[in-house]
Design a protein around this ligand. Structure first.
Ligand code: GLU
Length: 559
């Protein structure tokens, strides 16, 4: 077979050589050890946790080594493409602090190694395709879909391995004359790789996450170019990552089965294989067993979920670090206030089997992070979230900034800050009682208290409250009221001799808490009353008392 003639026949318009192209993609001038990595998403519109995991891994490896991170859009599968998907991806990743040094952007491309959208690189792939044909490493295949389906059925009947290989590779040895005739007749063709692999052979390979692997050689003559001349992922991957000088390919381990083919392809092109990091799938516990996170069953797989729920970006980022690197939590304990960029991210510390995702753990991380924020920061972030997802609450926060910040400052800033908020969505429920408009009380008083005593507390307390009292004086007055009503002012004393009292000071405080906050749990009541001010406080007591009287029978019955 005259491969030169075949190459000219298939690619008559390709005049450039691979050398010409490679002059346009000179080696990058980076220091020794700098990692060049990339994200290469297909623009399907759904941005998931796996994207973030992959993006963070690539980003950390590239940037902490003084390297480059770029974004390449793998848009070779036009059928799956969703308009606007690239923009969404760029925005979401930016939201999590992943910024690309070069690649596709919202207004075109930026960087010297583009174009960064594969459909625009068609001519480049053809130059490499022509070279492979000239070297006898690729050939056209004219099989129709029906023929391939029939081959598949036949293989099933013979219990043979599926795929286009060996004796099944109908056009592998097709004479030039027949190819000429078919092309002249306008028959569509795809370009296939002429595999020299044998499934009896094993290849040794070291993955940066999975470690030493033994893979079976590839014997399939995979498609390199589809009938419209657009490359398959495999071919585009080898050409692009060569020209763009990618040193580390970070991708999901669903690509592991394709690796033997990729190794072959790089060899056929005469190019150096990049290092590979195959990330294991994210899993979660489902009852006693682990399973893969699923798009259908698990809303937490979508990155939009974290925005909607109101997880601070920092919390999601930090949590992902804890599941990606096994030593991150120890590092965090030793460096509680350090910036996460100071942590030395390492592929060696990644779990080869994939990480276990646990929303409760994420919530804990988030609580810790929010507890350390200033009231000002909480206010800003909560406003940003509420503006988008809870308009009514937003209006209140924005309408009363100083008041809101005072509320958010309760329990903040000390050695042991309160850790009661995990997501911004919960903030409304945490502080709604401070706003008359959204206050929805549930009056559930201590069970041991008779109607009359509750009523007395609600009626009498204003006489005991002074807005100028400090915390001790304030509490002393609640103790005085307790004694007046026959409730022990000291809890400890009460415990020694509960029979002598109707209850203790905690019961009186609880009545006040329920009346003022409309629930049994609240932040520190001294702070709450101080921020509310006497007008609102007394109004709340009155309102609670009216409710009590209106529902007298229910409250009496409850006893
Ligand atoms: N387009 C591929 C994907 O989205 C890219 C894999 C890779 O990073 O090489 O899975």
């Amino acid at each position: 077979m005259d491969y030169n003639a075949l190459a000219e026949l298939l690619f008559p318009n390709v005049k450039m050589t691979t050398e010409d192209i490679e002059k346009l993609y000179p080696p990058r001038e980076l220091k020794e050890g700098a990692v060049v990595s990339r994200m290469a998403p297909s623009p399907t519109g759904f941005v998931h946790l796996g994207n973030l995991v992959q993006g963070m891994t690539s980003e950390r490896l590239a940037h902490q080594s003084g390297g480059v991170l770029f974004l390449r859009v793998e848009d070779t599968d036009q059928k799956r493409e969703v308009p606007g998907a690239v923009e969404v991806l760029i925005d979401v990743l930016k939201h999590y602090g992943i910024v690309f040094d070069e690649g596709a952007t919202k207004d075109g491309d930026s960087g010297a190694y583009g174009p960064y959208r594969q459909r625009q690189r068609k001519d480049i792939y053809h130059v490499y395709a022509k070279k492979l044909v000239r070297e006898g490493k690729a050939y056209p295949c004219f099989c129709t879909e029906e023929e391939l389906a029939a081959m598949h059925e036949q293989q099933a009947a013979e219990k043979a391995n599926f795929g286009y290989y060996g004796k099944w590779a109908k056009f592998r040895e097709c004479p030039l004359e027949e190819i000429e005739r078919r092309i002249a007749a306008g028959e569509p063709w795809v370009l296939r790789f002429r595999s020299d692999g044998n499934i009896e052979n094993k290849i040794k390979f070291t993955d940066q996450i999975k470690g030493a692997l033994e893979l079976t050689e590839n014997d399939i003559d995979h498609v390199l170019l589809k009938s419209d001349g657009i490359p398959t992922y495999h071919f585009a991957h080898a050409v692009d990552d060569t020209l763009m000088h990618t040193t580390h390919v970070v991708r999901g381990d669903e690509w592991l089965p394709s690796l033997p083919f990729h190794i072959q392809l790089f060899r056929a092109l005469g190019k150096k294989l990049p290092k590979y990091l195959h990330i294991g799938t994210l899993q979660k516990m489902d009852g006693e067993s682990k399973r893969k996170l699923s798009k259908r069953k698990d809303p937490e797989l979508a990155l939009t979920y974290y925005q909607q729920e109101g997880y601070p970006v920092k919390a999601v980022y930090e949590y992902i670090l804890t599941i990606l690197n096994s030593n991150f939590e120890d590092w965090r304990r030793a460096n509680p206030d350090a910036d996460t960029d100071e942590f030395k991210f390492s592929a060696k510390k990644m779990n080869p089997a994939g990480s276990l995702f646990d929303v409760n753990k994420l919530r804990d991380v988030s609580k810790n992070i929010i507890a350390k924020m200033s009231a000002e920061e909480v206010y800003e972030l909560a406003c940003e979230w509420a503006k988008e997802y809870d308009r009514e609450f937003y209006e209140l926060l924005a309408g009363y900034p100083e008041y809101s910040k005072e509320i958010l400052a309760i329990g903040r800033g000390g050695k042991k800050p309160r850790k009661d908020i995990a997501i911004w969505k919960e903030l409304r429920g945490y502080m709604d009682f401070f706003f008359e408009d959204i206050f929805e009380p549930e009056y559930v008083y201590p069970e041991n208290m008779p109607y009359e005593d509750i009523e007395s507390v609600l009626r009498e307390y204003p006489k005991y409250y002074s807005p100028d009292a400090d915390q001790t004086a304030w509490f002393d007055m609640i103790k005085v009221l307790s004694s007046q009503l026959g409730y022990c002012p000291e809890t400890k004393e009460y415990k020694k001799d509960p029979g002598s009292w109707k209850g203790h000071v905690g019961d009186i405080s609880m009545v006040l808490r329920v009346a003022v906050c409309g629930r049994q749990q609240s932040p520190d009541m001294f702070a709450v009353m101080k921020i509310m001010g006497p007008d609102m406080l007394f109004y709340r007591l009155e309102r609670a008392n009216e409710y009590l009287k209106d529902h007298k029978k229910d409250f009496e019955k409850a006893l």
